[in-house]
Structure formats: structure tokens, C-alpha cells
Write a protein that binds this ligand. Structure first.
Ligand SMILES: [Zn+2]
Length: 320
């Protein structure tokens, strides 16, 4: 099984597993969409099969089909949201999961609990989980995934072994997309636009992605580049929901960072490279830094209950 952009991590894990030294609790950290779940499944195969996994035995087959009874994706079991106690909608709680860990595995002699997006867990939940990772039954293994480890409590971090999941290169991401049926020109374009983030590319291909926010951000950036306040205000007002507005600002931030990078001779990685180059032609470093400052400030403020239409026009007046 090919793991795109993960060769180094795969070989490292294979070699640790081959020496029978795979830790019982592992933390995978890396950007959302870069393959943390794929790696978690791969490690589950290392726990349950061999190093490297054979990909042919029943355990490998069930894990690849996301159907192994002893590989438990906890967030999914909890209905997509971690809660300590049972919710009204009847979702499973962390307490219920804690009760289930003592039950022996169904199929073999190993049971793997995968806590995805563990940075979404409250401190109280993390503290509750400590007990099961501190003194686990011999058949238990734990894999945590998170974007970054800042919000993970120190007592958990000291009990897990951390591995960084790298973002695939633009080439590897494009290769993944072509191997999975996307025409190569489109695969290349998407992969460049999203800097190799396979998950975000797949979201866009399935029609659920960030395309509208990216387009608004690119339009706003293009207007800023040609100092067209009217079009900038129009583009910045396109996203009227708060989360959508914040997502658009996130992409605009990346384009502005690219503009700065362009002026300093660095590499460009955002979804709007052409727009970044045009901004870099029209403004100097200090002005671009001011723009970034303004966008950061508005991003922080838009989390509050500000009027988004007013925010968009304020932003336009400060950016151009
Ligand atoms: Zn196998």
C-alpha cells in the first residue's frame, strides 16, 4: 500500500515495529488533511500484523476496509464530538468508552483505540483518559491525532511517543489524485492551489471543499493588487456567515504572506500566487505587513459578534 509523502515516517515506524519497540501510546501530529488517519490505520496494521504489514491477512483487509472490530475510532463512536457524559442525542460518551476498554479484543490479541482530533478534547476529558493510558491492559494500544500538541496536557504528552505527519509535496499530492482518477492537469492545479493537502483536495473534488472561500479570497487579493477598493469590498462581502468569513480570511492571510515572500525572494505556497505577485508589485514590505496586521486583528474580532458587512468595509479601507 502506497503512503503518499510518508516514506520517511513509514520506514521509521516499520523499523521500530520490526524491533518490537512500537510504543503502546502514540501521538500523530500534523495539519488536517495530510494523512493522519491513513497513518493511524497503518500503525494499527503494524500492531496487529507484521512490519511492514502484509496487506493480505484478514486483519489488514478489515483495517483497510475500515471494518476491524478491534480498531475503534473513538470520535466516530462519540458521534463526531467528544463528551464526557452521555448526551441527549444518545451519543456514546468518553466514560462509556472507558468502560469498554476492559473488554477483551474480538478477533485477535490487540485492541487499538484511535482518538482523532484529540486537540478538541477538553482538559477534563484528557485527564479522564490518563487513567487508561497510564496502566493499560496488555492488549490495549492507543493512537492520538491532533493538529498541534499545544492543547494536549503535559501528563498525556509525557506518556505518548510523538510523531509528526508531514504534508505531502505538491508532486506527491498530485500523484495521489491522478492515481485515484483525477485528470492529471486538474490534479496538478488542485495540489498547487492547496499546497499538497490531499484531504482538502478531496473535499473540493467531492464538492464540499473550501472553493467558495478560496475564490472570494483570491478575488479580494486581486482587487487589492490593482487597488480597486470597490471590487475588494464586494469580494470581502461575499462570505456572509461567520465561519465562512473566517475561512476566507484564512486564505487571504496566506496570499498576503506569499506577497511578502515574493518581495523577499522566498517561495510561494498559497492558493493565490498570481494575486500575491500582483500585490508584491503594488506595495512594499511595510505596507504588506500592515495588511497582515489588519487581517489578523479582524480575524480575532470576527470571532466576536461584529457586523460582518461593517467589518468588510473597514477591512477594505485599511487594505487599500
Ligand atoms: Zn497483514
Amino acid at each position: 500500500m502506497r503512503l503518499y509523502g510518508k516514506n520517511y515516517l513509514k520506514e521509521r515506524l516499520d523499523s521500530i515495529a520490526a524491533r518490537d519497540r512500537l510504543p503502546h501510546a502514540i501521538m500523530l501530529h500534523g495539519e488536517k488533511g495530510t494523512g493522519r488517519r491513513v497513518m493511524a490505520n497503518y500503525i494499527a496494521k503494524l500492531f496487529m500484523c507484521s512490519a511492514p504489514p502484509c496487506e493480505e491477512c484478514p486483519a489488514c483487509g478489515k483495517i483497510n476496509a475500515d471494518a476491524h472490530p478491534d480498531v475503534i475510532f473513538v470520535k466516530r463512536e462519540c458521534g463526531g464530538k467528544y463528551g464526557l457524559d452521555e448526551s441527549k442525542s444518545g451519543q456514546v460518551s468518553i466514560r462509556r468508552i472507558m468502560e469498554s476498554v476492559v473488554i477483551k479484543p474480538n478477533d485477535g490479541d490487540i485492541k487499538v483505540y484511535i482518538f482523532e482530533d484529540s486537540d478538541e478534547m477538553s482538559v477534563q476529558i484528557q485527564n479522564t483518559l490518563l487513567k487508561i493510558i497510564e496502566e493499560p491492559a496488555p492488549f490495549l494500544r492507543f493512537i492520538f491525532t491532533c493538529e498541534n500538541t499545544d492543547s494536549i496536557i503535559e501528563t498525556i504528552r509525557s506518556r505518548v511517543t510523538e510523531f509528526e505527519v508531514p504534508r505531502p509535496s505538491v508532486e506527491e499530492c498530485a500523484q495521489f489524485l491522478t492515481d485515484n482518477g483525477t485528470p492529471s492537469a486538474q490534479a496538478r492545479e488542485l495540489s498547487e492551489m492547496l499546497s499538497g493537502n490531499i484531504g482538502k483536495c478531496l473535499d473540493i473534488l467531492s464538492g464540499e471543499g473550501d472553493t467558495p472561500y478560496i475564490e472570494s479570497a483570491r478575488k479580494a487579493a486581486a482587487a487589492i493588487g490593482r487597488k480597486d477598493a470597490y471590487s475588494a469590498a464586494a469580494a470581502l462581502s461575499e462570505q456572509t456567515g461567520r465561519p465562512e468569513f473566517a475561512a476566507m480570511l484564512g486564505y487571504l492571510t496566506e496570499i498576503l504572506r506569499d506577497a511578502l515572500s515574493e518581495r523577499c525572494g522566498g517561495a510561494l505556497t498559497s492558493c493565490g500566487r498570481a494575486e500575491a505577485q500582483s500585490i508584491a508589485k503594488s506595495y512594499n514590505e511595510e505596507q504588506i505587513l500592515d495588511m497582515l496586521d489588519t487581517v489578523f486583528k479582524v480575524t480575532a474580532d470576527s470571532a466576536l459578534n461584529l457586523n460582518l458587512a461593517l467589518t468588510a468595509s473597514y477591512l477594505t479601507s485599511k487594505l487599500i
